[in-house]
Write a new protein. Sequence first.
Length: 272
Amino acid sequence: MGGTKRTRILSYFIVLLMLSLYLFPLFYLFNVSMKTQSEYLIDPVAIAKGLRLENFMDAWEKGNFSQYMWNSILYTGASTLFTLLLSVFAAFPLARGYVRFSTFFYMFFLISMYLPNPLIPQFALINSLGLYNTQLGFILLKTTGTGIAFLMFVGYIKSVSRELDEAAAMDGCGYTRYLFTILVPLMKPVLATGIILTAIGVWNDIIGPTIYLSDPAFQPVTKGLFSFYGQYMNNWPLLACGILIVTLPLVILYIFLQRFIVGGAMAGAVKS
């Protein structure tokens, strides 16, 4: 009994330690964002004397984050939507074995995740199609990388009873209708996880915009933050506000979808 109690205490201690490691940088960043430049220079680690929310408005206006934020929302929303649709349409027939050489195609997708990014062929293709420095070209480029979402969808669909396919076919349910009225509602946990992982990848990308988007009017918020850092690299309270502005949308997205994350991460681990 004593051993069980000590194990529980140790488990709580480890959880609190991990929580502190994740939350302390965020707290420090928020604390810095609430200071004036003089307060930060006097004591960078001291607790802020008050809530200076006007710092965020100042950073928003000076960094022109409104345009950058709209671009990032467009790229992330469109790329995530198209990536999930493409992954669902590709994962279902492969998971069920409805196409020939489904195992080979699955292994092909799996191996492609570990190959280096073909930047030069991609750039040549985008340029030859006339999609360089266009929002459509960047969205299509980010959509092609289905990544981990496709693999998770395959694993989850394998855990869904095949009898549903047969029953739907007997009732005259079409292929597309079956996917979106029966299968997709069952995939809510893994869809939520796919949304989070895909959105993080697109939102935080800075290499892609640097290569494919030369026009500042088309650049996302990551490039905007980089430019903001170049202009105000000595004003750390203002930089902290900029970093929190860039981070906030993903935090909000995670808050809305977090109840599905655990279920999505474990999807397909146990077959029905």
